[in-house]
Design a protein. Structure first.
Length: 459
């Protein structure tokens, strides 16, 4: 059982919500066709960006109470921020949403079990990379010990909600504790040096998705980058910010800014759309703290997605190839809408011979992952995923490429739900690119060996 302190929430809405930003919304409706929840709700105004802004304004003005209906309307928003690029007034809807959620959650009395879970996740787990490794290591033990096989055969997973049970089937194979602990702090370029970059390794990305991080660093080396990987970095804080725990997000932001300062790098590279978008927003997150505001601006100015740096370094001009397949690309909402990076991943994919790229209709519409949205709003999330899988089928793609771990798991979830695991796959773009590099190198090596053999036979 949870209760809202409505009077305190109303008071803080008036004090903390940016009235100028609320008034910037002209109610023109340009955002409506881009909003997944507005479309999925049957065009319900309160489930649109302008509708939610109107609710925030009404609460701030004391016209309505911040009751459970208002809270639910804000919570079912995916936070994809697709409304922002099309807004003629440039309303920063994502900032308003996070502020509203933070006010509500900080003035909400949670039940004891929920309070304990939130404390565990936000205070005791994600801010501590060693604990993230331990948690992931336990998952790896579950996978490798045979317990996973036993669990599936006995049907224990059937006791869990369908979405959670399916997610368990599509989780990547977790690395060993030794692999997770033995991480580099510097890697030299493996081509003529062109840039010195720092790599933001993330929390889940450097544990559960460690192989994708390894692929990212390998590509950067091949592109001519010296790579610095600060040991002191930690979680980006996106989970905290999206869930109404902004104070925790600010503390994580300060630690990351400090970790990446004075490294003498050209860019800070990310490979997860959601993390990158939150890092880019550090200047907003810390704008009211004079001792951090300028440092945050310098930090955010150097954030660049892996696909953007690879294109800038002409990686897409390499002659890469893969076995013939049909590929399509599912945008990471935050990579596209916040980091404004949409063309570069496509340029990289279209340059690979044999990849046969086909653009998906509504590739920019949210897949329904949205952090933990597919767990807390499972039914809605699956509706978004069903729509997305229909668009995938229209391309006849056998490979779905994306650029964010949440999107990747969600697309794998869609493949698994439709029983297509033997015919279709989902893959992170850096893993796909490294696959192309390695395949091309093997083809060239085999061709050289064949020519040498032919020359020997001729002699």
């Amino acid at each position: 059982m949870t209760t809202l302190d409505k009077a305190k929430i109303q008071e803080e809405f008036k004090a903390r919500m940016d009235e100028d930003e609320l008034l910037n919304c002209m109610r023109c409706g340009f955002c409506l066709p881009t909003c997944p929840t507005y479309i999925q709700s049957g065009y319900k105004e309160s489930h649109s960006p302008r509708g939610r802004i109107a609710l925030m304004k009404a609460v701030a003005d004391g016209l309505i109470e911040p009751d459970e209906d208002v809270e639910n309307t804000l919570n079912v928003c995916l936070g994809c921020r697709a409304c922002e690029p099309v807004c003629p007034s440039g309303v920063k809807y994502g900032h308003l949403l996070e502020e509203a959620r933070d006010i509500i959650n900080q003035n909400k009395k949670f039940s004891a079990p929920i309070k304990a879970v939130r404390k565990l996740v936000f205070n005791e787990l994600f801010p501590h990379q060693n604990r993230m490794r331990t948690m992931t290591g336990l998952l790896g033990l579950y996978q490798r010990s045979g317990l996973q096989t036993v669990t599936r055969k006995t049907g224990i997973m059937n006791l869990f909600p369908e979405t959670l049970a399916t997610i368990e089937r599509v989780l990547p194979k977790v690395p060993t504790m030794k692999e997770m602990k033995n991480r580099p702090e510097f890697l030299p370029a493996q081509a003529p040096k062109r840039k010195r970059v720092a790599f933001f390794k993330g929390c889940l990305m450097d544990t559960m998705f460690l192989e994708t991080n390894n692929a990212t660093m390998k590509l950067l080396q091949l592109a001519g980058c010296d790579i610095v990987i600060p040991k002191e970095q930690n979680c980006c804080g996106a989970l905290h910010g999206h869930a109404g725990e902004k104070s925790g997000a600010r503390e994580l932001a300060k630690k990351n800014i400090k970790a990446f300062e004075d490294l003498g790098v050209d860019y800070i590279i990310t490979n997860a759309g959601g993390c990158g978008a939150y890092l880019v927003d550090y200047d907003y997150l810390l704008k009211d703290e004079p001792q951090w505001a300028e440092r945050a601006k310098q930090f955010t100015a150097r954030i660049k997605d892996i696909s953007a740096i690879l294109v800038a370094l002409d990686f897409h001009k390499r002659k890469l190839q893969l076995p013939v397949q049909i590929t399509t690309y599912q945008d990471s909402c935050h990579l596209r809408n916040v980091q404004k990076t949409a063309a570069q991943p496509r340029m990289l994919l279209q340059a690979i011979e044999g990849a046969n790229y086909r653009e998906m209709k509504d590739a920019d519409r949210c897949c329904g992952s949205a952090g933990i949205y597919n767990i807390v709003h499972s039914e809605l999330s699956m509706q978004f995923l069903d729509y997305k899988m229909e668009r995938v089928h229209e391309t006849s793609a056998t490979t779905i490429v994306t650029a964010n771990p949440g999107c990747l798991l969600q697309m794998k979830l869609g493949i698994e739900r439709e029983g297509l695991a033997s015919k279709m796959r989902a893959v992170h773009i850096v893993d796909f690119l490294l696959e192309a590099v390695e395949y091309t190198e093997k083809q060239e090596k085999d061709a050289l060996a064949e020519r040498a053999r032919f020359s020997g036979d001729s002699a």
